[in-house]
Design a binder for this molecule. Structure first.
Ligand SMILES: C[S@@+](CC[C@H](N)C(=O)[O-])C[C@H]1O[C@@H](n2cnc3c(N)ncnc32)[C@H](O)[C@@H]1O
Length: 375
C-alpha cells in the first residue's frame, strides 16, 4: 500500500515537472495563447521553474507577451521568483525596456507587498519575506553604520589623480566610500533633477543626504542660480572635518546638519522649510531596508508635484536589475513615479577600482529620477 502511494506521488511530481517544462518551452516557442491557456487549464503549474530557474513568467517576459504575463499573474505566478542569475521576470521586462510587461509584474508586486504588510501587521511579525531578501548581513564598516561611523576615513587620490574617499574594512581591504570617476553619474543626476526645474531661476531649495567627496554638493553650488537653501546631512566626523577645511560651513545658503538622516528626517529643521524642490540621497553602509524607509519620508520632504527626488542606485548591493524592481515598486507605493535613464560609467577605463572593493559591476548605471505622482 505504502509503496503504491509513494509511487503515485512520484508520478504526480513527474507529471507536474513535465507539464511545467512543457509550459515554459511552449511560451519560449511563442505558441499561440489559446494553446498555452489549454496547458494551464490541464494543470501545468505556473509556479514551475526549470533547471535555470526560468518560470513561465520569466519566459513570458522574455518573449514580451504582456497578455500572457497578465494571465500568468492572474493564475498565481510568483511575481518575484528569481532565476539562477537572480533576475525576476520584472528585471527581464525592464532590461528589454518593455514597460507594459514590467508594469503588470510590478503592480502584482505592489498588491502582494500590501497584503504581506497587512498580514505581518496582523501577526505582529517583525519583517516580511521581502525584507529578509533585501537585508544586508555585512557587519564591516561597509555594511554597518555604527562600524562605519567609528572607522577613520581617508581622502586621497587614485592612480589617475581622481579624488577618492576610502574606508578600511579589513587589514587588507579598502572600500571606496566615493570615487572621483562617479562624477559623471552625479553630473547627470543634477542635470535631471535641476536644470529644467521651474524654480531654478529663483534658487532651488535642495536637500542632500551624504557629502562623501562633495561632488554633488559642488554641482548644486555651480547651478546657473545658486540654491536659495542647500541643506546637507552628514554624520561622519572625518567627512565633517573635511567639509570644514574646505569652507563648506561658511558658504551662504548652506546649512550642515551633523548627524544621520534618521536623526533629522522628522525634525523641525527639515519640516519647517516648507518642502524642498530637490531631494537627493546617497549614503554609505546602509542596506536596502534603510533606503526603503527613507522613501517613505520623501513625500513629506518635497514641496509639490514639480519637486524631484533622486538617489544613488546601489546596483551592487543585490543583483543588478533585481533591485530596481524593488526601488520602483516601493516608490510607486509612496506615490512617486520614477524615470530611469542610462549613464555609461565605463568610459574605456578598465581599472577604475584600483585595490578597492567593486560596488557595482555594470557598465551602465541606471539613474533614477522621481517625481510625486499628480492626482
Ligand atoms: C557615497 S558618499 C556620498 C557621495 C556624494 N553623493 C558625492 O557626490 O560625493 C556617502 C556619504 O554618506 C554618509 N552617510 C552614511 N550614513 C549616513 C546616514 N545615515 N545619514 C547621512 N549620511 C550618511 C557618509 O558618511 C558619506 O559621506
Amino acid at each position: 500500500m505504502a509503496d503504491s502511494s509513494d509511487h503515485s506521488e512520484d508520478m504526480d511530481v513527474d507529471t507536474l515537472v513535465a507539464q511545467g517544462s512543457e509550459l515554459v518551452d511552449a511560451i519560449l516557442r511563442r505558441t499561440p495563447l489559446a494553446e498555452i491557456q489549454s496547458l494551464i487549464e490541464a494543470g501545468a503549474p505556473v509556479w514551475y521553474q526549470d533547471d535555470e530557474g526560468t518560470s513561465p513568467l520569466h519566459a513570458a517576459a522574455y518573449v514580451e507577451d504582456d497578455a500572457l504575463v497578465r494571465i500568468l499573474i492572474d493564475e498565481g505566478a510568483v511575481w518575484n521568483a528569481v532565476d539562477n542569475l537572480h533576475n525576476t521576470a520584472g528585471d527581464i521586462a525592464l532590461s528589454l525596456n518593455n514597460e507594459k510587461c514590467y508594469t503588470i509584474i510590478r503592480d502584482a508586486g505592489i498588491r502582494s507587498e500590501m497584503l504581506l504588510t497587512l498580514l505581518s501587521k496582523r501577526a505582529s511579525a517583525a519583517s516580511s519575506p521581502m525584507s529578509l531578501i533585501l537585508r544586508a548581513t555585512d557587519t564591516t564598516p561597509a555594511g554597518s553604520t555604527d562600524a562605519f561611523l567609528s572607522t577613520r576615513l581617508e581622502y586621497t587620490t587614485d592612480e589617475h589623480g581622481q579624488d577618492i574617499c576610502l574606508v578600511k574594512v579589513a587589514d587588507d581591504e579598502e572600500v571606496g566610500v566615493m570615487m572621483g570617476w562617479e562624477r559623471g553619474i552625479m553630473q547627470e543626476t543634477v542635470r535631471r533633477l535641476c536644470l529644467d526645474h521651474e524654480n531654478l531661476g529663483e534658487g532651488l531649495k535642495v536637500l542632500n543626504v551624504g557629502f562623501g567627496l562633495g561632488i554633488i554638493d559642488g554641482l548644486f553650488q555651480s547651478l546657473p542660480t545658486k540654491p536659495s537653501l542647500h541643506v546637507i546631512i552628514e554624520p561622519h566626523p572625518d567627512v565633517l572635518a573635511h567639509m570644514r577645511a574646505q569652507g563648506w560651513y561658511e558658504k551662504p545658503g548652506v546649512k550642515i546638519l551633523e548627524g544621520k538622516w534618521q536623526d533629522f528626517v522628522e525634525s523641525e529643521e527639515l519640516l519647517c522649510v516648507g518642502g524642498f524642490d530637490v531631494v537627493y540621497t546617497d549614503t554609505f553602509s546602509e542596506d536596502y531596508s534603510a533606503l526603503h524607509r527613507f522613501f517613505e519620508h520623501v513625500p513629506d520632504l518635497l514641496a509639490g508635484p514639480e519637486s524631484r527626488f533622486g538617489f544613488f542606485n546601489g546596483l551592487g548591493a543585490t543583483s543588478g536589475l533585481h533591485r530596481l524592481l524593488f526601488e520602483d515598486l516601493h516608490l510607486a507605493d509612496v506615490g512617486i513615479d520614477v524615470e530611469w535613464s542610462d549613464v555609461d560609467v565605463f568610459e574605456g577605463d578598465t581599472d577604475r577600482w584600483g585595490k578597492t572593493r567593486e560596488y557595482f559591476a555594470m557598465r551602465t548605471y541606471r539613474l533614477p529620477t522621481g517625481r510625486m505622482r499628480a492626482f
